[in-house]
Design a protein around this ligand. Structure first.
Ligand code: GLU
Length: 463
């Protein structure tokens, strides 16, 4: 049996888009499910728009998501000699031909077609036919190479996502496959690469569905085996329009920056366009076990930030405290807080992670240990009234003497309640507001025990 090989082939003209990350995930999972291989190819033939920074972003995002590849990154611009070899072969065999039309000539051709009310198309003036005399080769014009696309018949394939698709060849021009600067066009390079790399399954966004017939005809012209294609619908923003930069974050990096965990992104992206029964939360291993190319959604999925936050909150709870400590530490450093005690951060993570949707929120919680909490005036007014102040003053004293741990702090609080005739719902909010700058926190004795004793006393001093 042929080895399953899939690929992701981003163009390095920006960040790794969420849609590309999703097809990368499907391609990766499909290969892993079948014990096959997954290839990363960088499609950098758009030289003007490609950049090294973008390549780096793509590699970083793939690494962050944990989408490991068995081959690559392979750069198309390093394969020009191979493309030229295939072009020469096609020219020799007659499945491609040179065309010396200038851009002005093509403009005039289209203009005339429009004037006649026709759909614009290349009229095939350089396409060799038996008995046809071709125009004389003009001086000073670099030719392009075009695919000699069949003029009749249809192109059909059974799309893994959309089902059977058939398109008449008449719909298609003789595609340019090599530009005058000798750089191949996308459709040609993709086919030579997929062929050379033994790609068996192509998952990609359905914006490419119109390219597929040309690609199939190229595979056929080369006598190369056809991969199977699966075209995934676009991702819609929460406003129902195409997810785009103008309407929120569309790059993997943006979500990393916003404090999402890679396993949550993978889980969320996987569900966005694929399902396994009613499962909403699953591990990478489960995804690999379940992802067999079936149950891919035909209709576009809608990006749902609230659901992503819910998925992330789930993984925050599951995450190892030491790992969260490191992630939070980096965030704190960005805010100028040099929190070097990882043990302390891990204890804080254990206490706060259940309340956090993102690492950024966790860092917000932990930051209150290091910076002035700045209680809001209305919270002070509502929760730090005259009734609790004597108890707070007493605690300020007691906290200097007791052992600094949760049990001893709890005992001191209990004693203060008894001594001043208060209830916990009066005392705890006052402590929370003064020490943490918030009205809601996890259990107050546990929170206080996390802080250095002197920090707590300092924040209770001026009551
Ligand atoms: N470079 C193309 C893109 O980024 C790849 C499409 C494909 O997978 O064939 O959209």
């Amino acid at each position: 049996m042929t080895k399953i090989r899939t690929r992701i082939a981003p163009s390095p003209t920006g960040f790794l888009h969420l849609g590309t990350a999703r097809t990368a995930l499907y391609s990766w999972a499909y290969a892993r499910h079948h014990g096959g291989e997954f290839v990363l190819r960088i499609e950098d033939t758009d030289v003007a728009r490609s950049s090294d920074e973008s390549v780096q972003q793509i590699l970083d995002s793939m690494a962050w998501l944990g989408l490991d590849y068995d081959a690559g990154p392979i750069y198309q611009m390093q394969r020009l000699a191979r493309y030229h070899e295939v072009i020469e072969r096609m020219l020799a065999e007659g499945s491609a031909y040179r065309c010396w039309c200038t851009p002005e000539e093509l403009d005039a051709m289209r203009e005339a077609q429009r004037a006649r009310g026709e759909k614009t198309h290349y009229d095939g003036r350089w396409r060799p036919e038996p008995g046809k005399t071709l125009p004389p080769v003009p001086d000073g014009v670099e030719p392009v190479v075009r695919l000699r696309n069949p003029r009749s018949g249809v192109v059909s394939w059974d799309d893994l996502v959309k089902g059977p698709i058939t398109i008449a060849n008449q719909e298609f021009d003789d595609l340019i496959i090599l530009r005058p600067d000798l750089v191949p066009t996308y459709n040609f390079a993709v086919v030579v690469d997929d062929w050379d790399m033994g790609i068996t399954h192509v998952f990609r966004g359905d914006e490419h569905i119109n390219n597929t017939p040309w690609q199939i005809n190229l595979f056929k012209a080369l006598g190369a085996p056809l991969p199977q294609f699966g075209h995934c619908p676009i991702i819609l923003g929460d406003d129902g329009l195409k997810l785009s930069k103008r309407r929120g974050a569309v790059s993997v990096t943006a979500y990393e920056d916003a404090g999402y965990l890679p396993e949550a992104m993978l889980n969320y992206l996987a569900r966005l366009g694929w399902s396994h029964g009613d499962e909403e939360l699953f591990t990478r291993a489960q995804m690999v076990e379940w992802f067999d190319g079936s149950h891919l959604a035909k209709s576009p999925a809608q990006w749902d930030p609230a659901k992503l936050a819910w998925v992330n909150a789930h993984y925050m709870k599951q995450a190892d405290d030491a790992r969260l400590a490191k992630l939070a530490q980096a965030r704190l450093l960005e805010r100028g807080i040099d929190a070097d005690e990882l043990d302390l951060l891990a204890r804080a993570a254990a206490l706060f992670k259940d309340r956090c949707s993102t690492v950024v929120e966790l860092a917000d919680w932990i930051a209150m240990m290091f910076i002035d909490p700045k209680p809001r005036a209305e919270d002070l007014q509502a929760h730090v009234g005259e009734a609790v102040k004597p108890a707070l003053r007493q605690l300020h004293e007691d906290f200097a003497r007791i052992a600094w741990d949760k049990t001893s702090i709890a005992a001191a609080l209990k004693a203060a309640l008894a001594a001043f005739g208060l209830k916990m719902p009066q005392l705890a909010p006052a402590l929370r507001v003064l020490v943490c700058g918030r009205v809601q926190t996890p259990s107050i004795d546990a929170v206080l025990a996390l802080f250095p004793r002197e920090t707590v006393r300092e924040r209770l001093r001026d009551v």
